[in-house]
Design a protein around this ligand. Structure first.
Ligand SMILES: [Zn+2]
Ligand SMILES: [Zn+2]
Length: 360
């Protein structure tokens, strides 16, 4: 059995043993390319779908892209706009200080590329298409309860399925997920095959078929990662004194990055359950319309982070992959957000309440 919980986590728990009271189980899925059947848990694989139930489609207004040649003046204007936008983004991230060092570096590189890179003479405009053919949804996750120790399923269900619309929407960014909770014993006859996808915004919006290798791990609540010393921002999921002490411990000089709370509390890659991620701002924390807090159902992430503290310490038979090889690092091929992460959140009281989706 594979195990990837960092050995360094013992240091965190020795310092803050009370954290264990706030631990939540999560399931690292460890997707790896492979062929799956309808009876298997999978990412991007065939679903156990009732023969008498229509396959989900999306009828929201979608965007269509039109490509046109730009005049020299228009090309120059867009170039200036792009530089100004990137400059504003860099200034915003710099204000967040050391909380987001990677993003600051990325924003700097993007600005330099825009300033010194070629001007584009071709423009792509996106227009809402008011009524098109319904878009066939793509399978994203199928997970049987037997493969998901510690994960709470909706009442009477033992199978969860996630699909999403892989077209671009007029009303916002990212694919549109839907979640189905089922009881396997109630499915009499299954559909033989999924319908072919009829519209896809990008290849990276459709997961490649992957076998999953679930691993149970524990996660701890997110904290505010603002390093501004005058900030008193707290996420409030831990008692204030504990969150404050963890922030101070985290800010201590000479603490290697792999020992930071963020790295030790949250598992990387595709996962089910657990806690939201720590961040400078608490916009990942949302409530359901019923008033109950929401919790993560699924996090999809472009990168499995094969190097770093969450590397295997057992399970020698499991083919981990080469951190230098991007096809190993990104086995699902999914990248749907600027920084690669999409969360699906469910109501903590009733998982059948409407879901919420976040992109990062
Ligand atoms: Zn759609
Ligand atoms: Zn609710």
């Amino acid at each position: 059995m594979i195990s990837t919980t960092p050995a360094q986590r013992a240091l965190l728990l020795a310092e803050f043993p009370e954290l264990l009271d706030f631990a939540r189980p999560a399931l690292r899925l460890h997707p790896r390319p492979g062929v799956t059947e309808i009876g298997d848990s999978s990412v991007g694989g065939p679903l156990l779908w009732p023969a008498d139930e229509p396959w989900p489609t999306c009828t929201e207004p979608h965007l269509v892209e039109r490509v046109s040649t730009l005049s020299t003046e228009e090309s120059a204007r867009r170039h200036e706009d792009s530089i100004a936008r990137r400059r504003r983004s860099l200034e915003h991230l710099e204000k967040l200080g050391g909380a987001v060092p990677d993003l600051v570096e990325q924003a700097r590189a993007a600005l330099a590329k825009a300033e010194f890179g070629p001007r584009h003479m071709v423009g792509v405009s996106r227009e809402a298409e008011p009524s098109g053919e319904p878009v066939v949804m793509a399978p994203v996750l199928q997970l049987f309860e037997r493969d998901a120790p510690g994960i709470a399923f909706a009442d009477d269900s033992d199978l969860v399925q996630v699909l999403w619309c892989p077209a671009q929407h007029a009303s916002g960014l990212g694919p549109r997920p839907v979640v189905f909770w089922r009881r396997v014993a109630e499915i009499d006859a299954c559909r033989e095959a999924a319908p072919a996808l009829n519209r896809v915004f990008r290849d990276s919006w459709v997961p490649l078929m992957c076998v999953v290798h679930p691993e149970s791990v524990l996660e701890f609540p997110p904290i505010c990662t603002l390093e501004d010393e005058t900030s008193t921002g707290l996420f409030g999921l831990l008692p204030a004194s504990l969150e404050t002490r963890i922030r101070e411990w985290d800010a201590a000089e000479n603490l290697p990055e792999e020992l930071s709370y963020v790295r030790l509390a949250h598992a990387p890659g595709w996962k089910v359950g657990g806690w939201e991620f720590s961040a400078p701002e608490d916009d990942a924390l949302v409530d359901c319309a019923c008033g109950a807090p929401m919790r993560p159902l699924l996090e999809t992430y472009s990168n499995e982070e094969l190097a770093g503290p969450w590397s295997p310490s057992s399970g020698p038979d499991f083919v981990w992959g080469d951190p230098e090889n991007w096809t190993d690092q990104e086995p699902t091929g999914v990248k749907v957000a600027r920084n690669g992460a999409l969360w699906i959140r469910i109501c903590s009281v009733n998982p059948r309440h409407p879901i919420d989706v976040g992109l990062f």
